[in-house]
Each structure stands twice: as structure tokens, then as C-alpha cells.
Write a new protein. Structure first.
Length: 168
């Protein structure tokens, strides 16, 4: 019973820290992409110690709470679609051969990115805003891929090392 209570408390605290982080950084107006990425990193210890299913459950809970509480809807949508789930499923993708893994990770990120912003712009009533692509769209996509590269190759591995050193 004590182990289950500790697990539930740790997962609930992680979800609440994620939402709080997104709320505070969302209020500043500069955290639209940084806050979801940092909040997603908080899921790594959960995945490492409690498994993928628990990590995905906490991601969904934090994402739905963010949609209800966080004032920046784009931030909550970015967490739910682009960054929140990735640290949880990354080890499965890393288990593939190196070339396939890299290709699949970036193809998945770009597909989710394009789908997210197509839905987002459609919800705002801006039909055709993604097509034909302008130089702004191309630069934005390249910058998002750079952010994803930093998250994938620098941030996630370092948080994984830190989470191995801490006992939960």
C-alpha cells in the first residue's frame, strides 16, 4: 500500500508541477515552446521508474489540466501534441537501428508539428494559412526542428542520467 501511495503522490506532484510551470511561463508570454518542453522533461523519472503506461497517463492528465487552467492555449496544445509524449516513448524509438530511429523521430515530430498547426489555424478560422508555405513557415519549421534536436540530443539524455542517480 505504501508503494502505491508513493507512486500516486509522485505522479500527482509531477503533473501539478508541469501545469504550474506551464501556467507561470505562459503568463510571461515567452514560454510558449520552452514551458511544454521543460514540463515534458519532468515525465522522464516517471517513465524510468514506473513505466510507459504511467508516464503517458500523467502526460494526458497534465495536458488536460493545462487546457483547463493555462491561459495560453497554444502552450497547452504544444504540450499535448508536440512535446509532452515524446520523452515517454523515446526509448522505444531509440531501440530501433540508428538510421531508422533518427528518420522516424524527425518524421514523427514534423508530422505532428504540421498537423498541430494545421488544426490550430483551422480552429482560429484562418483557412489556407499553411498553404502555400511562405519563408516564415519554412524558417519556423527549421527552428522547431532545431529545438527538437536540442531536446532529443542534449536535454533528455541529461535528465535521464540525473533521474538514475536519484532514488524515488
Amino acid at each position: 500500500m505504501k508503494r502505491r501511495s508513493r507512486r500516486l503522490a509522485f505522479c500527482a506532484m509531477t503533473a501539478s508541477m508541469s501545469v504550474t510551470l506551464m501556467l507561470v511561463l505562459g503568463l510571461t508570454g515567452v514560454g510558449t515552446y520552452a514551458a511544454p518542453m521543460i514540463a515534458a522533461l519532468l515525465l522522464i523519472p516517471i517513465r524510468k521508474h514506473y513505466g510507459v503506461k504511467t508516464g503517458l497517463t500523467v502526460w494526458v492528465a497534465a495536458g488536460l489540466l493545462a487546457l483547463l487552467i493555462v491561459t495560453d492555449r497554444e502552450l497547452a496544445l504544444v504540450y499535448l501534441t508536440m512535446f509532452g509524449w515524446y520523452p515517454v516513448i523515446r526509448p522505444k524509438l531509440m531501440g530501433l537501428p540508428r538510421g531508422v530511429s533518427i528518420l522516424l523521430r524527425y518524421a514523427l515530430f514534423n508530422a505532428v508539428f504540421l498537423l498541430t498547426y494545421t488544426i490550430f489555424l483551422s480552429a482560429l478560422g484562418i483557412e489556407g494559412a499553411m498553404w502555400p508555405p511562405s519563408i516564415f513557415h519554412v524558417v519556423f519549421l527549421l527552428l522547431m526542428n532545431l529545438i527538437f534536436f536540442v531536446e532529443d540530443t542534449v536535454l533528455i539524455p541529461r535528465v535521464e542520467i540525473l533521474s538514475e542517480r536519484v532514488k524515488y
